[in-house]
Design a protein around this ligand. Sequence first.
Ligand SMILES: [Zn+2]
Ligand SMILES: [Zn+2]
Length: 165
Amino acid sequence: MSDKIIIDLTDNFTHIGEPKDFCFECKLDNGLLPYPDAKLRKVCVCLTVMFLKPHVRVDGTITCHIDGFCDRCLADISRQIEIPFHQIFYKDYPDEEDGYVYSGSKLDVTKAICDEIVLSLPSSFLCKQDCKGLCPKCGTDLNKQQCSCDITRENAFAALKNLKF
Ligand SMILES: [Zn+2]
Ligand SMILES: [Zn+2]
């Protein structure tokens, strides 16, 4: 289930070119996430909206609060991922084929926000950028301790075996 993120432009229409700030906290569909078994707990959207008659320019940040499991070490983690957002919303008809449109005084940014999340999230969900993961042989969490398995030799041996006919 997803919330709608709708900005009321009434105040913008009378203040052309002036930035107005909007902040929302909302719930968007878990299906936006490329990570298995992860939950999109909440999404915080902070936007600066400017009416550039007749189009509307929106700039800001989308912060995704995600609960899930590290792709490498499988630790249970909660992370916040910030995504920059910059978009022009065209009045009634888009000038470009892939443009976003608005009409009336309500600007629905839900689809644009969801699209940006899908496009921008990193493909792997990690507890930290240099997570060492689990030893593929004994399962030790290599972030916490070193095991005695000789992984490099193991890999070289496997590669060698594959070369034989
Ligand atoms: Zn990890
Ligand atoms: Zn090991």
